[in-house]
Design a protein around this ligand. Structure first.
Ligand code: SF4
Length: 495
């Protein structure tokens, strides 16, 4: 997770007009246009670098002469290519120091995912040792808390009302810029009770940064011409089926020699976080791609994105995991994975971790279908941490893949098609002797209906197809494949 420097975090906070200590940012190599007031703090701005003071990258200067020497020294000392510049801030007399942070919460049993506002009336350095006074306020990302709600949760302290408005603005910045972490430590309180930002930092996801915010974050967002053909394919999948998150980016870095090339399907921020925790800086594992399939996407879309993930050259194994508490129905996801593994001409040995709604049905599905797949599949319950999956990679990964024959598209014409999520439904009444097939009964929305007179399946005008694949899964496993769904993939050819 990339980190934002203090001066960039101040810019984000400034969009909500949060008061902060006066400061001037001098981009790398630039001198101040006019004399800056002293005393002043000089702070090197290097993304992700902490403990700056111990490295001489933060210092207090008392005299004008010291300031220019200090600036030159920091700029030369920080030969780090990532140095963005130096932030020069004015000291301020403080009455108190508080701590506040917003973070993303993955949720848990009976607790939905969302934001978490942390506040400690005893802030400043060493705040982590003062957990006894930490206040936690859960909030929905759609409806952040009002200042009045915050006020009910935090202790009565100096400048309480203005502080609550300050915290509310912090939450607004956190939500607006889709940050992962936003921390202000300390929030300084002046003698007249005004809170202000003294020091701050933020963490974010590169892909969550829209193009018009890219200069604020100092990142380059991908333009269509920068994308690989597989990435453009996923962009087209998203255009045709915009519901839910379908993110896919290939790794541009060269793979370390001898490393295992892992195609990943990570579901949500929780899946990504667990993958990173499980792999850390391991050089023997190389993720061929970043991915995120989450946010209530259909199994149709999961299938399409999985087909793209599986088609990556040099991949040796597929690893799929979410947080273990997914909202996406895991049985539907498992049906999508099964369809992708049996439909891909280049399937991969797969390590699959299902956790969330209907996870037991997901595991039962793979217990049943794994023996008939052309690749080895391991499936793990949510109680197993992805470390164990990663440890199993050398056992299942293949040195090279043989292309396999895939089932041809269903013969004939579809009996009907669904536009959103897009899919073509084929039905073969002779395979069920013209009797009402069981696949109709498993449709969770009632979209799939049986027309007894015409002896065929029909779509209900009153219900919606959610693209769950339950009907096809049932038809293949319990029936005679009387219903098949063809999901076209808008492949982009390499340029
Ligand atoms: S017809 Fe029903 S069971 Fe089949 S994919 Fe659509 S919602 Fe799911």
């Amino acid at each position: 997770m990339p980190a934002l420097t203090e001066h960039r975090t101040r810019e984000l906070l400034g969009t909500e007009k949060l008061p902060m200590v006066k400061g001037t940012f001098l981009p790398r190599g630039e001198a101040p246009e006019q004399p800056l007031p002293v005393p002043a703090y000089l702070k090197a701005q290097i993304p992700g670098v902490t403990s700056r003071a111990s490295k001489g990258l933060v210092r207090l200067v008392e005299e004008a002469e010291e300031l220019s020497v200090g600036l030159r020294d920091i700029q030369s000392r920080a030969e780090d290519a990532n140095l963005e510049g130096v932030l020069v801030t004015e000291p301020v007399d403080l009455y108190a120091e508080y701590y506040a942070a917003c973070t993303l919460e993955l949720g848990g049993e009976g607790r939905p995912a969302g934001g978490l506002l942390l506040f400690n009336p005893r802030g400043g350095s060493g705040v982590e040792e003062r957990a006894d006074s930490l206040v936690r306020i859960d909030f929905s990302l759609q409806t952040p808390p009002s200042a009045a709600r915050i006020e009910k949760s935090i202790p009565r302290i100096k400048g309480g009302e203005r502080l609550c408005e300050f915290l509310q603005s912090m939450v607004s910045v956190f939500c607006r810029f889709k940050l992962l972490v936003l921390e202000v430590n300390p929030i300084g309180v002046t003698k007249d009770g005004n809170p202000l930002v003294v020091d701050c930092r933020a963490e974010y996801e590169t892909r969550a940064v829209p193009e018009d915010h890219s200069s604020l974050f100092g990142v380059r967002t991908s333009r269509a011409s920068d994308l690989t053909s597989l990435e453009r394919t996923v962009e087209r999948i998203n255009q045709q089926d915009p519901s839910g998150t379908g993110f896919f980016r290939q790794n541009r870095e060269p793979a370390p020699e001898g490393s295992w090339k892992v195609a990943t399907n990570l579901c949500g921020g929780g899946g990504k976080m667990l993958w990173e925790m499980a792999t850390g800086n391991r050089r023997d594992l190389y993720a061929l791609n970043e991915s995120d399939t989450s946010g209530g996407l259909s199994a149709f879309k999961s299938y399409r994105i999985l087909r793209v993930i599986l088609s990556q050259e040099n991949a040796q194994v597929l690893l799929l995991t979410g947080s273990g508490m997914a909202f996406q129905n895991q049985h539907h996801l498992a049906a999508a994975v099964w369809k992708a593994l049996r439909g891909s001409p280049t399937p991969l040995p797969s390590l699959l971790r299902f956790g969330g709604t209907d996870e037991d049905l997901a595991h039962r599905l793979f217990e049943r279908v794994s023996p008939s797949l052309p690749v080895q599949v391991g499936h793990y319950p949510a109680t197993v941490f992805p470390n164990a999956m990663v440890d199993d990679i050398p056992e299942v990964a293949v040195d090279s893949r043989e292309a396999v024959d895939t089932p041809p598209p269903p013969p004939g014409d579809p009996v009907f098609s669904v536009e959103n999520p897009p899919g073509d439904f084929y039905f073969y009444p002779e395979r069920c002797d013209g009797k009402r097939p069981g696949c109709v009964d498993v449709c969770p929305t009632g979209f799939l209906q049986w027309d007894r007179e015409r002896q065929t399946i029909v779509p209900s005008p009153e219900a919606r197809c959610i693209g769950c694949l339950m009907c096809e899964t049932h038809a293949i496993l319990e029936g005679e494949s009387e219903l098949l769904i063809h999901l076209r993939i808008p492949w982009e050819t390499a340029q």
